[in-house]
Design a protein around this ligand. Structure first.
Ligand code: USQ
Length: 384
């Protein structure tokens, strides 16, 4: 039985990923230091539905599925801790989500910028070193981000670009122009991972993921206590999830600027599909493989309008507010990112349909009284 180690198992994506692989019959272990719960306390924001402890969810999973998930509690930025985990578990595949995931959090001030980059970059370096020491043939499946590329005025390829310069040709890593210290941390990770593939023969897949939305996966729906964390606050909530909560709460949708900025989006169910596809079709030894992981491109205004019309069907009248953009980002730009690799390997996208928005809105309506209006308005500005 293949062994899968999920780093960041307590998170929005980590927990559903662990259950999915466990359900598929893999031997699964997870690592987390529960740091996200501390960052939530720090910014004063909680997931919409209270999330039981990881240990509790693991017990419920065992009751529901008859399958065990092992948990190691600790911080991957601690070299000793992570070496012990790898020495003990010796995974075949490492799925790495264990990073500070929020752009606004990283832009608060010096301390948050430094923390985000130290935490993310040193954690990943420790993981690679532990892999080389205890399981050098294992496959690293690392969560990157589409935000590594920014919004260049050329089509975005999957990680690499064939270039010709002064009559000579080479294949170079695609140029990066990210939009926050958080997104920059993922760029630094990509460079470190590519270096280790080139020099040590590490096999790695960098999943440059777009903005994820959604509340449920097949496994979270098996029991109310198997849910994953769903954020809507201005630090940890992402655009569509926030807009759905705002619609139910009766506050205008918080479109930043004119809303012309475009991003790649995907359903949380498709994150699981993509990670499974990457795992079952591993990179070669020495290969740094990059997949752009999204299924659809929308502008922020298009997304807000989808939510507005979905809400109308439910009898909710929703306004769209164009707030002064707290970020520094282009609101009118070319955006044509490629995403062929995962589709070629069999990804069957769950597109963002009216029914999907409808089912998200209905679920959120049941939790209407739990919505904290204080955490919605963005507080962090990119410009000092
Ligand atoms: N936006 C709004 N209103 C909001 C929230 C966001 O207009 O209330 C806009 C932002 O200005 C931005 C876009 O929506 O143009 C996406 O913002 P987001 O907060 O949904 O996503 P982002 O900060 O880019 O980060 C999220 C995840 C991150 C992941 C990234 C993928 O938090 O972990 O890496 O999505 S991507 O955006 O493709 O880089």
């Amino acid at each position: 039985m293949k062994k899968i180690l999920v780093l960041g198992i307590d998170g929005y994506l980590g927990w559903p990923t662990a259950m999915r692989f466990s359900q598929l019959g893999y031997e699964v272990a997870g690592v987390d230091n529960m740091a996200k719960r501390g960052w939530e306390d720090e910014v004063g924001a909680k997931p919409l539905w209270p999330v039981p402890t990881l240990q509790k969810r693991v017990r419920v999973w065992e009751k529901v599925s008859g399958k065990k998930i092992r948990v190691f509690v600790g911080d991957i930025t601690g070299g000793r801790f992570i070496y012990k985990v790898f020495e003990d578990f010796r995974p075949d595949v490492v799925i790495h989500y264990a990073e500070q995931p929020s752009a606004p959090y990283s832009m608060k001030n010096r301390q948050h910028a430094v923390f985000t980059q130290e935490n993310n970059v040193s954690g990943t370096l420790n993981v690679i070193h532990a892999m080389m020491s205890f399981c050098p043939k294992a496959h690293l499946v690392k969560l990157g981000t589409m935000g590594e590329y920014g919004t260049p005025n050329i089509d975005i390829e999957e990680g690499w670009l064939d270039i010709e310069h002064n009559g000579r040709k080479d294949r170079m890593m695609f140029p990066k122009r990210p939009g926050s210290f958080y997104h920059l941390s993922k760029v630094h990770d990509s460079h470190n991972i590519e270096f280790c593939c080139r020099v040590w023969g590490l096999r790695a897949t960098d999943l440059n993921q777009g903005v994820v939305y959604g509340i449920a996966t097949d496994e979270t729906e098996l029991h109310p206590e198997l849910l994953t964390s769903f954020h809507y606050d201005s630090d940890f909530g992402t655009a569509l999830n926030r807009f759905c909560v705002e619609a139910v709460a009766g506050v205008p949708l918080t479109v930043y600027g004119n809303g012309g900025q475009k991003r790649g989006f995907l359903n949380i169910r498709d994150t699981l599909q993509c990670v499974q596809i990457a795992t079952e079709n591993p990179a070669e030894s020495g290969e740094f493989r990059v997949f752009n992981q999204f299924t659809e491109v929308f502008s922020v205004t298009e997304l807000a309008k989808l939510v507005q019309s979905g809400a109308k069907e439910l009898g909710l009248s929703v306004k769209i507010a164009n707030l002064p953009n707290p970020r520094v980002e282009s609101e009118a730009h070319h955006y044509n990112p490629k995403n062929d690799s995962l589709l070629k390997l069999g990804l069957q996208p769950n597109m963002l349909s009216g029914e999907l928005v409808d089912s998200m809105l209905r679920k959120i309506q049941d939790a209407r009284e739990l919505i904290d209006l204080e955490v919605i308005h963005p507080k962090t500005k990119w410009k000092r």
